[in-house]
Design a protein around this ligand. Structure first.
Ligand SMILES: O=C(O)CCC(=O)C(=O)O
Length: 263
């Protein structure tokens, strides 16, 4: 059930069009996110021990979540308010294409300022949104443990124009501290970077990717176990309609091949 009205969704979508992102404060259930944090800790430890993460900088790891158990939760990936905003800015009938995490550890550094996708068309003005990231952390995020930093309003500029605006100070980076339960919806073309985690505790940030209904990203996918798929709602099945289904959870990927991430 939606927490916000249609006119509030419209207002979020207007803010998104202007800024390239919106944050819904205290939106996702904290008890659910705590179960994700609990389930993620051993996964992180195992992947780091096996060097089976995609490295996104010093001591910074990208890890896909298995679409199983606590992570296959429609209360999160089918949230009515998030999808209402996603549909307003990236069109009806979107596709879910990614369920993963970004985790800086102590010793991580500043990433270069980047976008997560190339432009849709070379040498043309930027288009409406076609690829969104929905981010929420599995802990509180502060400046100390590696707040995401982003510019506002560079999602509709081409990369060079956006970089010029950032470098001249016209579009500065701003840190986005987030409490457990806060959710950010962003256009992945907004110029941004990860910052150092100076604490001893990892800072896992989940990323759920939603694409415009015709957009295909070969670099990411959600492997959906067939028995999990069978138990999903019609809406969830529709979101995952292009994702591969697997018979054996033993074949779920346990390493990463999404290596080129910054544009
Ligand atoms: O984890 C973060 O705060 C940002 C990570 C990021 O932007 C990336 O790896 O592309």
């Amino acid at each position: 059930m939606a927490r916000y009205s249609e006119s509030e969704h419209d207002a979020f979508a207007r803010d998104f069009e202007r800024d390239g992102l919106v944050v819904l404060r205290q939106h996702l259930p904290r008890d659910v996110l705590n179960t994700w944090a609990h389930a993620f800790a051993p996964l992180l430890a195992d992947r780091i021990a096996r060097q089976a993460t995609a490295v996104r900088g010093d001591n910074r790891h990208y890890i896909t979540l298995p679409f199983l158990g606590v992570f296959a939760d429609e209360r999160i990936f089918c949230d009515d308010d998030i999808l209402a905003i996603v549909e307003r800015v990236a069109g009806e009938d979107p596709v879910m294409c990614q369920l993963a995490t970004d985790t800086p550890l102590k010793g991580s550094t500043y990433q270069d300022v980047h976008r997560d996708t190339p432009a849709l068309f070379d040498n043309e003005p930027e288009t409406p949104s076609f690829q969104l990231a929905v981010n929420f952390a599995l802990c509180d995020v502060t400046v100390e443990n590696g707040a995401f930093e982003t510019t506002f309003g560079t999602h509709r500029m081409d990369k060079d124009e956006g970089m010029r605006a950032y470098e001249s100070g016209e579009k500065p980076l701003r840190a986005i501290p987030m409490q457990l339960g806060d959710v950010m919806i962003r256009d992945v073309r907004g110029l941004h970077r990860g910052t150092p985690n100076q604490t001893d505790a990892p800072r896992p940030m989940v990323v759920i990717g939603y694409s415009r209904r015709w957009y295909y990203r070969p670099e990411v996918k959600v492997d959906v176990p067939r028995d999990v798929y069978t138990g999903l709602s019609t809406r969830a099945k529709r979101l995952l309609r292009y994702m591969p289904q697997i018979d054996d959870v033993g074949t779920l990927a346990d390493s990463e091949d999404y290596l080129k991430f910054a544009y």
